[in-house]
Design a protein around this ligand. Structure first.
Ligand SMILES: C[S@@+](CC[C@H](N)C(=O)[O-])C[C@H]1O[C@@H](n2cnc3c(N)ncnc32)[C@H](O)[C@@H]1O
Length: 244
């Protein structure tokens, strides 16, 4: 094919692309976006206070609960508080209809707002329920029970197991040793209060991915990749003590 034919072919392809429904929809989104921007242009501006550090969820990762479970869609607590304080709003009710892991709700509650939230995903609910239980309902003996679990690891001696439910994609996700440990753990927590059970179940949820084959395999792949491309003698990027 000569250059002129190639160019004609490319033009024809580009023309047919723009006629595809997906391109048409994207064009409409772009047009709606431009219309919205024009409509609100009088009140749009660049807020220099919003640094990457303030806006990013990374800061919240130093907080308990948030550093246990990485819910990447979460907002930064500092950003929410800054926005609520910005216009001297008087504390009242706040509704977050997309509550995620509840960052905005807890940030608002911490400065006196009555916070309500709606969240679609059960994991979000697990995160903010656990945080509420720990911050509001936990008693000194509940904390002592957690400490005992951490020190004595009572599930290791458990003779009872609670079967973990599976769905197709979780079948075979764990080694048999890990399934046994998880099921013994689920049985051992049953003798604790509801509050302690909630926190311990959440703690288990937070480590499930790291003890599953998917992460172990990913680490193994990274280690192999690192070994094959790294200079002789250098260490793997991720160590993989459990890789099999
Ligand atoms: C960006 S995150 C919210 C972050 C949260 N506001 C915070 O303070 O960290 C958006 C959340 O909206 C949830 N969501 C999406 N569609 C929803 C719906 N129809 N009803 C309730 N929640 C929904 C998602 O599951 C996701 O957790």
């Amino acid at each position: 094919m000569n250059a002129a034919t190639l160019e004609r072919k490319a033009n024809l392809e580009a023309e047919s692309d723009t006629k595809k429904p997906s391109s048409l929809s994207l064009n409409r989104v772009d047009a709606a976006d431009a219309e919205l921007k024009a409509h609100f242009s009088h009140c749009l501006g660049v807020e220099t206070l919003f640094t990457r550090q303030l806006v990013s969820f990374q800061v919240s990762k130093s907080e308990p609960i948030y550093r246990w479970f990485k819910y990447k869609e979460a907002f930064s607590a500092a950003l929410v508080q800054q926005l609520l304080r910005k216009d001297d709003l008087k504390p009242g009710k706040v509704l977050d209809p997309f509550a995620g892991s509840g960052t905005a709700l807890f940030a608002a509650a911490a400065i006196g707002f009555e916070a309500h939230g709606i969240e679609l995903l059960p994991i979000g609910r697990q995160i903010f329920d656990t945080r509420r239980v720990l911050e509001v309902e936990f008693t000194p003996s509940d904390f002592a029970a957690l400490q005992r679990f951490a020190n004595e690891k009572p599930w290791q001696q458990s003779t009872v197991r609670v079967a973990i439910p599976t769905i197709r994609i979780t079948e075979g996700a764990y080694s048999s040793a890990n399934v046994e440990a998880i099921e013994k753990f689920m049985a051992a927590i049953l003798s604790e209060t509801e509050r302690v059970q909630q926190v311990l179940r959440f703690a288990l949820l937070c480590v499930l991915e790291s003890v599953s084959f998917s992460l172990i395999r990913m680490r193994a792949v990274c280690a192999v990749f690192q070994c094959s491309s790294a200079p002789a003698g250098s260490k793997p990027l991720l160590s993989s003590p459990n890789a099999r």
